[in-house]
Design a protein around this ligand. Structure first.
Ligand code: GLP
Length: 246
């Protein structure tokens, strides 16, 4: 595991975007796993800039997003579909047919999730998976449980996640209780993983992820078992990590 310490959010966003850019340049038809949440927003702003400057070409890039809220369709401004269009896709030269996202309004969870798994494996798997980190250690919407859910599935959101994400919805009551998410196994199959973390409020969680025991109560801790992980985090998020790990 490589840990890159950046001085602040802006620096973290640039460095993490540069990790993605290097992969896109080396493999123009990269299979890119993407994430939502506020942490990746700065990364996407850099990718947009470099695309506009002609440094990055997304015309052959294929993407798969980690997750989507159940019950929210494409036109819903709180859907991850909408987030991705606004924050990245509509500003770069990606082809919409190469964008893959879970359909939150398909009521058939089993069908939606198994089709998503198939679409990833039919493509040959994900080359680079971008991940944010939830305050409870979740990755995608894989919440702390008794086991590591392996494939794409429907997850029930923890109260703490609903509260954390309510800032995007105006009220706690408006946050969906369920989401479709790639499983831990789906994420671990990616050939390379880029975890991005910012802020003192995530420092304790990041310490548990990087230095604690690998356990399903801290879903992100599974990343210790992946052979190709890059963590780009700011000093605030890394302030509880021992010097040796950094
Ligand atoms: C949501 C997403 C996660 C994301 C997390 C953290 O729960 N499903 O993929 O990592 O939020 O979000 P933020 O970056 O806003 O703290």
């Amino acid at each position: 595991m490589k840990i890159i310490c950046s001085k602040d959010y802006i620096d973290m966003s640039k460095k993490a975007a540069a990790v993605i850019a290097a992969e896109v340049i080396q493999k123009p038809d990269l299979a890119l796993g993407l994430a939502t949440g506020s942490t990746p927003e700065g990364i996407y702003a850099n990718l947009i800039k470099w695309n506009k400057e002609g440094i990055l070409d997304f015309s052959q890039i294929k993407t798969w997003n980690l997750d989507e809220y159940c019950g929210l369709g494409k036109t819903n401004p709180q859907s991850y579909w909408h987030f991705m269009q606004e924050k990245l896709f509509k500003h770069i030269n990606i082809k919409q047919r190469n964008v893959h996202m879970l359909n939150g309004v398909n009521p058939n969870a089993e069908q939606e999730c198994s089709n998503y798994e198939k679409s990833i494996s039919k493509n040959g798997g994900i080359d680079l998976q971008l991940l944010g980190l939830g305050h409870d250690g979740h990755i995608g919407f894989n919440e702390p449980t008794n086991d590591f859910p392996s494939v794409t599935h429907q997850a029930r959101l923890e109260e703490s996640t609903i509260i954390a994400n309510s800032r995007f919805f105006g009220s706690k009551e408006s946050v969906p209780k369920y989401a479709y998410t790639m499983g831990i196994g789906t994420i671990m199959m990616a050939r390379k993983i880029l975890l991005v973390v910012s802020g003192t409020d995530k420092a304790e969680t990041l310490k548990n992820v990087l230095e604690g025991p690998v356990c399903p109560e801290v879903p992100g801790s599974i990343l210790q078992f992946h052979s190709n992980v890059v963590v780009v985090a700011d000093c605030d998020a890394l302030n509880k990590i021992s010097f040796e790990s950094k």
